[in-house]
Design a binder for this molecule. Structure first.
Ligand SMILES: [Zn+2]
Ligand SMILES: [Zn+2]
Length: 436
């Protein structure tokens, strides 16, 4: 095993060349001396080098206590005037994973993310969700008297992200509504709210359940991965495994995945492909009393129609929505086999993984999850229900690489993510995928 100092020295002189492999060195450090990962990250930031993926891995695989201690040091350094690209990357990932880091120093965060400090930075906006109600209301009160227009806008945008619907709505009305550069629907989708007569209706909750693949799915998915990524998956809390009969308090319920459902596609008339079926969807945050099965036509979704909608019968099974039924079957351009049948486990990962970003996860985190905030690949979008016209609530997302019946691994487009939605009032589901 190389010490943090040796890893940093080798990286400084060789980078990724001459068989120098900092990723393997980080994984060895994680095995032999996990507490030293913090020293590695801080040493790297002190060296002033450009950000590198092995630093993300070191942060992702730290225990919560080391992560908190490391991030507190980095944030203190930033407030003391130090800066650098790698440091900002680390602080941005904290905005996503541990926004409480910024509690009590919201003014400093605002200053650090403003234009003159090189901001605004994309991930920093995730931090505002941890803002306390007292600060949020104090900032609201300051909006009207703020003479610096840019500061007023930055403060308002922070409040939009505070995840306190009354605060968001008031900040929107006072500083954003009617501004030509602030499209209302795009902003509400970004924030995950429907703006309705009664106020803001949240379109997602904040506590997801991660989907743990079955042992057979995992064997299949691991086979195509390099050893270092298999090891990350074995260690990362979002990839937790549930094998054998042992009870685990974090496992909330089992769910079915893959195979075909009884309904047929309204476009190609082929069988519907099952995505996920839940005996108790309400326990996973999906408003439905009985069992619920979600399915789509993998051949047609995203190719023949950008979004597909289904009405669900009393048993919870989907039928093609009447607006998406053709009398004469179309010939799909890309006929697809169903996902492989599997029993998966929905579980509660540690709070640090409640919010994940598709780009930030860099292929190292499990992004297949039920509930929580969607990890958008592209722009946020909640489809309106084809029956009642109201925005549908987010139900779950599935990442690429799930095994299929024919032995392949399913890709959403070039390897993106699928997003599924639910209108409890009409018992309608909606689905689409995004990729880069
Ligand atoms: Zn079809
Ligand atoms: Zn509806």
């Amino acid at each position: 095993m190389m010490t943090p100092a040796e890893i940093l020295q080798a990286y400084a002189s060789l980078g990724w060349k001459n068989n120098n492999d900092p990723m393997s060195q980080v994984l060895a450090l994680r095995r032999e001396d996990p507490a030293a990962l913090g020293e590695l990250v801080l040493g790297f930031l002190d060296s002033g080098q450009k950000h590198s993926t092995f630093i993300d891995t070191a942060l992702d695989l730290m225990d919560d206590a080391s992560y908190a201690a490391t991030l507190r040091r980095v944030w203190q350094d930033a407030r003391d005037g130090k800066h650098g690209e790698a440091m900002e990357e680390v602080l941005d990932s904290a905005a996503l994973q541990w926004p409480e880091l910024y509690s009590g120093s919201w003014e400093q965060l605002l200053a650090a993310t403003r234009a003159e400090a090189g901001g605004p930075r994309y991930y920093a906006d995730f931090a505002w969700r941890a803002m306390d109600a007292a600060t949020a209301h104090e900032w609201l009160d300051r909006l009207d008297g703020e003479t610096d227009e840019a500061l007023r806008r930055s403060r308002a945008v922070a409040l939009l992200h505070a995840r306190q619907p009354d605060v968001t709505l008031e900040a929107w009305r006072r500083a954003c509504a009617g501004q030509p550069d602030m499209d209302q629907e795009a902003w509400m989708d970004l924030l995950g709210y429907a703006l309705e007569e009664g106020g803001l209706r949240p379109l997602h909750d904040s506590r997801p359940l991660h989907i743990s693949a079955s042992a057979a799915q995992r064997r299949h998915m691991d086979a195509s991965q390099p050893a270092w990524r298999r090891e990350i998956r074995a260690l990362h809390p979002t990839w937790k495994r549930f094998d054998g009969p042992g009870k685990d308090a974090t496992a909330v319920q089992l769910a079915g995945m893959g195979g075909a459902l009884p309904g047929t596609c309204g476009l190609c008339h082929g069988p519907l492909h099952r995505l996920l079926s839940l005996d108790q969807p309400a326990r996973a945050g999906i408003a439905c009393d009985g069992p619920l099965s979600f399915g789509v036509c993998l051949s047609c979704l995203g190719w023949e129609e950008s979004a597909l909608f289904y009405r669900h019968d009393a048993e919870g099974l989907p039928q093609a929505h009447p607006t998406q039924r053709k009398d004469v079957a179309i010939e799909p351009q890309f006929p697809a086999e169903p996902l492989a049948s599997a029993e998966v486990t929905l579980f509660e990962a540690p709070a640090r993984w409640a919010w994940q970003d598709w780009g930030d996860s860099n292929g190292q985190q499990n992004l297949s999850r039920v509930g929580g905030a969607p990890s958008w690949v592209q722009q946020a979008w909640y489809p309106p229900c084809p029956d009642c016209g109201h925005k549908m609530s987010f139900a779950f997302q599935l990442d690429s690489d799930l095994p299929q019946d024919d032995g392949n691994e399913w890709m959403w487009g070039s390897g993106g993510c699928n997003y599924s939605f639910w209108c409890a009032h009409c018992r309608v589901s909606g689905h689409f995928w995004q990729c880069t």
